[in-house]
Design a protein around this ligand. Sequence first.
Ligand code: WTA
Length: 636
Amino acid sequence: MMNFRISSPEQYEVTYRRSVEDPEGFWDQIAKEYHWFEPWHKTLEWEFYTPSVKWFIGGKTNITYNCLDRHLKKRGNKLALIWEPNDPKEKFVRLTYRELYERVNQYANVLKRNGIKKGDRVAIYMPMIPELAIAVLACARIGAVHSVVFAGFSAVSLADRIKDAGAVAVLTSDGLNRGAKQIPVKRVVDEAIAMGCDTVKRVIVTERLGWAVNMVEGRDVWLHEELQHVGKECPPEPMDSEDMLFILYTSGSTGKPKGVVHTVGGYMVYAGYTFLNAFQYEESDVFWCTADVGWITGHTYLIYGPLLNGATTLMFEGVPTYPDAGRFWQVIDKYGVNIFYTAPTAIRSLMAAGLDHVLSYSLDSLRVLGSVGEPINEEAWNWYHIHVGKERCPVIDTWWQTETGGIMISALAGISKLKPAHAGQPLPGIQPVLLDADGREIEGNDVEGYLCIKHPWPSMLRTTFGDHERCRQTYFSAFKGYYFTGDGARRDENGLYRIIGRVDDVINVSGHRFGTAEIENAINLCKKVVESAVVGYPHEIKGQGIYAFVVTAEPVTNPDLVEAEIIESVVAAIGKIARPDKIQFVSGLPKTRSGKIMRRILRKVAEGDISNLGDTTTLLDPAVVDEIIEGAKTVK
Ligand code: WTA
C-alpha cells in the first residue's frame, strides 16, 4: 500500500490526471497491492442507468486476509487494536495483530458452529468493545454479510433492520456503558426479535457488564461458552469481488431505512487507499476515529482502512464528556494518538465546554486532524486547528457518505492547501461534477450546483438491499447518467469544493436560494453562538422565510441584543437577503445519535404544525423537542 502514497502537490496532480484518463489502469495497479486468491479478468463494467457497477470481475479475495493474515509476518507483534473503556479507571485492552487474528478466527468458528454460513446476513447490535470489531471481521472471514446497527437505536428500528435484511443471527452483549449510564442491550434485542423477526435463529451474547440476562433456550448462547468449543484457525472464505461484504442502513429522512450494500473487492481497495492518502498515515502512527462502528465512518476508518494498512487503531467505548469534557484530550495524551478523526458536532460541544479542558493536556503527539459527517463551520474549524492542533496539524475536512464507502473529497493532510469549511479537492479516481437543475454540467470555477459523480469508483454502493429500484430512484434518477449525492456544493475560484448541505434543505427566499448550512455557518460566526439550525417556513411575501434555532454559549438575558448580533453576522457573511426572519434560542437541537440535526422536526415547529412530528425515538434527547415547541410560542 505504501507504494501508493501521494507525497507532494505535484504528485497529486499527476495521479489525479492519470486516474481520470485511465481509471481502470489506475485502480488495477492499486488493487494488485492486495492479496487475491484469484486475479480478476476484467477491471470494470458499468452503467449508471439500471444501475450496474462491477469492479475486479472474477477476482477472489477475503478482506480479513488483507487486514490480518497478510500482516502476521511483519507486524505480528505490532498493536492492531487499542481499546479504551468508558470508565478511565477500568483496564484498557491492547491486541497485537497476532492476537486480533486469533480472536477473529475463533469468533468466526463460533459463527460456523452456530450454523452461520457464507451469504447469511448477521445483525450486530453491540457496544464499542473489542468484540464488536472482532464480530465484524469474523463475519467477513466466513463470508457472512454484516449489518451493524448502532446500539443506540430503539427496538423498533432494530427490528426493521433485522427484517429487511432477513438476518439469521444477532450478535450482541448483555449491556453497555455510555457515560454515567448503563443500558440493557440484550433486552432491546429480545424486544426487537419479539416484533416478528422470524428469521433469527441465534443470538450470540458477549459479556460486558456481567449482568444476568434472559437467555432463550435453543436460540441464545454466551460467546465465552461457545469459545470453549472452537479451534484457533478458521481459513478465510474465498469471496468473489462482487459478493456482498456488508449492509449498512441509512436513516433516510422519510420512509423505511435503506440498506446500502457494499461489496468485497472494491470496498477493500478504496478503504485502504483513502486511509493511507487522506490521513497520510505512517507506519508508527496511532490512529483514532471516534465514530461508532454503527456508522459508515466506524466501518471504514475505525476497522477496515487502518487494518488494511497494518495500522494501530484506537477504539473508545465512552462519550466525549465523561467523566468530563477533557476526555478526548486525555485519551490522546494517554496513548500518544497521532491522527485524530472526529465530527464537527463533537468539536462544537467541546468548544462550548470551555478552553480549560483542552489546555490541560499537551496533545504533543498529534500530527493530523480530521473532520467528517457534516459541514464544519469556520469557527469550529479554527478552534480545532488552533486549540487542538496548535496550528501545527493540518485539519482535513473529509466529505463522503454511507453510499460512497470512503472519503471522496478532502485535502490530503499536509499536502493540499487548507481552507476552512472547504472539503477541498477530489481524491484520485473521483470525478465530481456540479449540475444545474436541468442536469447540465456547470463548467469553470466560482460556481455552485448539485453535487454528482460521473464515473464509478470501487467502493460505491451497488444496490439497496432487497430493492434495487429504490437505489435507482434515490441516486440515479434525478440526473440521468450520474450518481446524485443529494448534496449541494460550491466550487471556489481555485477549484476547491465546499459542501453546502443536503439539497433537500435548500431554502428559497424571495427567489434566492440558500443552503441551510450556509446560513448556519454565518450565524455561528457570531461569537455568542455555539450551534444553530436553520429551516424554511412558509412566508407570505417571500415564499419561504428563514427560521433559526440557536444555541448560545451563555443563557440569553437580552434577546434583542443577541438577535441583532446574529443578524449582523449573517448580513456580513452573506447579505441582507439571508437575514433570519425568526430566531429562537434553545438549549439544544434535536439530533440523532449520530449527531445529525433532525430538520424535519424543526421544519414542523417552524411551520407551527406540531400535530405530526413523526418518530422522535431515534433522537439523542427527545426532551429537547418539548422545550422547542414551548419556546416557539413566544418567538416573534
Ligand atoms: C454530510 C458520513 C459537509 C453530507 C461519512 C453527506 C458532510 C452526508 C461531510 C452523509 C463534510 C458528510 N462536509 N457535509 N465533510 N461529510 N457530510 O451517510 O450531507 O452519515 O451527504 O456519511 O453527510 O452522511 P453519512
